[in-house]
Design a protein around this ligand. Structure first.
Ligand code: ZN
Length: 331
């Protein structure tokens, strides 16, 4: 049993206090700094990486690619890589990447998993703690495939309304809703997409929103749909997340590291990158810290099955500079 004191996250912000950790779990949280405590900087719950694709962790890029060349289904480089690489290899690369994510302070992550039922099974074996958002592979919607996918996955990760026939997206979302599972979708990453149409799918969360208009962002905030921002991925593809406009519209956003082939498994590095953009755009000071600590965990609140206690998962302890990354992960 160890007592750590410092600035403790209370769900809204940090205040002076302490936590007692036993067996890697926080067993109590209190005010003040007991004399036998170890002083650290900031203490917060295990973090949630809001958007990953860890299936491509083993893909090494030989040059710079456009969004379409790299990730557009079905024939972008990444999709060819996923088809042509032995599943055992994908699984071991995923396992390694997920371990490094955990070491960076991530207690859970929401992964858009390609490859249908088989793909969902691979990530379940490689990373049992992942929130798996799968997608079917059949050209025509197949309810039996969808059922089998949802037996394994926590929900669906829809690539976008632009690259899928409308009835297919509707059927995916309906199936997930019927089973009480997540519906997540990439929105307005490269071009603006009709947000009214996105809302008709009743998503639990949206990813990107780079090209969203102010009215899209307000509609997102009004519907209380959280967004995941993947700043370094957006900038790689020549986009910039509209953080200031998201703040002004009242959109709740979190941090996503996105494609593993592009991003190191380091959510703090991603949050630092977000904080630089937030500062350039004149967002409130705490925007990136709030996205990191609170935003990700908010993504999971909409699904009862995944609703956890505030301190579920290993606590994360950083230094005086929160964004410098975990300095202690008690276990
Ligand atoms: Zn994505």
């Amino acid at each position: 049993m160890t007592c750590y004191s410092g600035k403790v996250w209370d769900g809204e912000g940090f205040s002076d206090g302490h936590v007692i950790v036993e067996g890697g779990r926080v067993v109590s949280v209190g005010d003040g700094m007991p004399r036998d405590s170890v002083y650290v900087g900031h203490i917060m719950p295990g973090l949630t990486d809001g958007h990953t694709h860890i299936g491509d962790a083993g893909l090494r890029l030989d040059r710079r690619y456009s969004l379409e060349e790299l990730v557009a289904p079905p024939d972008g480089l990444k999709h060819r890589y996923l088809r042509e690489t032995p599943p055992e290899r994908i699984e071991s690369d995923m396992r390694d990447y997920a371990r490094r994510l955990r070491e960076s302070g991530v207690a859970r992550f929401l992964d858009f998993r390609e490859g249908g039922v088989e793909g969902a099974g691979i990530i379940r074996r490689a990373a049992p703690d992942a929130v798996v958002l799968g997608r079917p592979v059949s050209k025509e919607f197949d309810p039996n495939e969808m059922d089998a996918l949802l037996d394994i996955a926590d929900g669906v990760g829809i690539s976008s309304i632009s690259d899928l026939p409308g009835p297919y997206a509707d059927a995916m979302a309906d199936a997930a809703h019927r089973r009480g599972k997540f519906v997540a979708i990439h929105v307005s990453e490269r071009v603006r997409e009709d947000f009214g149409r996105v809302l008709s799918l009743e998503p639990d969360l949206v990813v990107h929103m780079c090209e969203a208009t102010d009215s899209d962002l307000r509609a997102c905030a009004d519907a209380d749909i959280p967004a995941v921002v993947c700043a370094s991925s957006n900038v790689y593809f020549g986009r910039v997340p509209p953080l200031r406009r998201m703040c002004d519209a009242g959109v709740s956003f979190s941090v996503g590291t996105d494609n593993a082939m592009l991003a190191p498994p380091d959510i703090f590095a991603e949050a630092r990158f977000m904080s630089r953009i937030a500062e350039e755009q004149g967002c409130p000071d705490s925007a990136a810290v709030h996205a990191l600590v609170a935003g990700g965990n908010k993504l999971l609140l909409s699904r009862r099955a995944l609703r956890g206690k505030e301190w579920d998962g290993l606590p994360v302890i950083t230094g005086e500079d929160i964004l410098s990354g975990p300095v202690v992960r008690p276990n």
